[in-house]
Write a protein that binds this ligand. Structure first.
Ligand SMILES: CC(C)(COP(=O)(O)OP(=O)(O)OC[C@H]1O[C@@H](n2cnc3c(N)ncnc32)[C@H](O)[C@@H]1OP(=O)(O)O)[C@@H](O)C(=O)NCCC(=O)NCCS
Length: 390
């Protein structure tokens, strides 16, 4: 994204929301349509954030930007999220520092009841919606829709070039819910849990066995930063290797664009390929991070792109070996891959590494919809927010 645009929030072009310059002073509230009330919110990073108060207010909800001090409350509404493998404890503080991300909280009487975040990518054209969660006692009332609507209103004001909302969803979506989106791609997930001390010798032996058989083993190539742009922007890779022409890193989907690659290159990922010229398989390995599942539990995410099984298997093994390094304790590995490779990879993990699928995990679906239709909260949802406790 053009940095001059990022900080130039002085001109807002969405006539529906604001008809004049947005500055931090609440005195400019007269520039907004009279129906809406402005909540000035002094932001310590100087983003000058304030935006229309949404219908949630009439249900005892207020929306604000997340701050460091909200961390404990965010964790307390997240206890059951993703059964112990939630990324939020590891990401929350970093998210607050990302200049193109907004993390929004819904609070009732000062208590956090929901969170959502939107990360602006694709040269400023797309907002990736991530982290959505509602406190267990508050679910089923439409709050997810309300907080998303508030978040999108903020994005419209601060990033007027955003035209598309992108989500990665897991689990069953009813056809009528799916019909609201464009399906970009599907990836399967192979979740594997193991003790690191046990897996190390098995991993070494699986690799040396493949090498001695000479059977389809080739050392994956480690891509340097200077290789990444050329490989990932190669039209044959974009059209033939990347799922739905998308680079997915863990759960975050990006278009293969130079600006997105620059962002990804800052994430300390391991980039592997089976060739630099016309690769059939590419992979991204994240740095493992602590998860709430238990003491000494780390999560490692490996995204594999391409449908060639031997290449995918070799890169999985190489990513695992590099990823676990000298870690101790237990590892929860999430391997994301093409649906057509899932069964073969599972059988390989069983037979060569003695691993079993940890649980029946739904795959991920990358979905998009236009910002103009991304209200996130329909009239009916708003009505579903029932009498909040006083
Ligand atoms: C999923 C969750 C956020 C839904 O919250 P909720 O307030 O009970 O949601 P409601 O059913 O009242 O509201 C429905 C609206 O929320 C939104 N929504 C629900 N689940 C969503 C999801 N996974 N991703 C994005 N939006 C979602 C949609 O806008 C939906 O509207 P729709 O009917 O047009 O599809 C909540 O159950 C939760 O916190 N679960 C645990 C965390 C989790 O699984 N988060 C999903 C991340 S992908």
């Amino acid at each position: 994204m053009d940095p001059s645009k990022k900080h130039n929030q002085g001109t807002v072009t969405n006539p529906e929301v604001v008809r004049g310059p947005v500055v931090q002073s609440p005195s400019h509230s007269k520039l907004l349509p009279p129906r809406r009330q402005i909540i000035p919110s002094a932001d310590r990073r100087g983003k000058g954030v304030w935006w229309p108060e949404m219908e949630g207010a009439s249900h005892g909800l207020e929306f604000c930007l997340a701050k460091e001090a909200d961390f404990e409350q965010v964790m307390s509404i997240s206890e059951d999220v993703y059964d112990g493998i939630d990324y939020m404890p590891a990401r929350y503080h970093a998210w607050l520092k990302e200049p193109d991300r907004r993390v929004i909280l819904a609070k009732r009487k000062g208590q956090v009841v929901a969170l959502v975040s939107a990360n602006v990518v694709d040269d400023g054209c797309t907002a990736v919606v991530e982290g959505l969660r509602v406190a267990p006692m508050e679910r089923g009332k439409g709050i997810a829709g309300l907080i998303q609507q508030d978040c999108f209103d903020l994005i419209r004001v601060q990033f007027p070039e955003v035209k598309v909302l992108r989500y990665t969803r897991s689990g069953y979506l009813a056809p009528e819910a799916l019909a609201k989106f464009r399906l970009i791609c599907k990836q399967e997930i192979l979740p594997l849990r193991f003790e690191l001390e046990e897996i190390r010798p098995k991993l070494d032996s699986a690799i040396s066995q493949l090498k001695t058989c000479g059977e389809e083993w080739e050392d994956p190539i480690l891509l340097r930063a200077s290789d990444v742009q050329r490989v990932f922007l190669n039209p044959n890779v974009v059209g033939g290797v990347l799922p739905g022409k998308t680079i997915i890193q863990d759960w975050a989907p990006y278009r293969p664009l130079q600006s997105n690659l620059e962002t990804l290159l800052k994430k300390n990922l391991i980039w592997l390929a089976d060739g630099k010229e016309e690769p059939r398989v590419l992979s991204l390995g994240a740095t493992p991070y602590r998860i709430p599942m238990g003491a000494d539990y780390n999560r490692l995410s490996i995204n594999i792109f391409g449908k060639h099984f031997p290449g995918a298997r070799n890169q999985f093994l190489a990513q695992l070996q590099r990823g676990i390094g000298t870690l101790q304790g237990s590892l929860y590995c999430l391997l994301y891959l093409e649906p057509c490779l899932w069964q073969q990879m599972y059988l390989f993990c069983q037979s060569s590494l003695g691993l079993h699928q940890e649980r029946d995990f739904e795959g991920q679906m990358v979905l998009e919809k236009d910002m103009s239709t991304g209200q996130g909260s329909s009239e009916s949802q708003r009505r579903r927010v029932q009498n909040p406790p006083q």
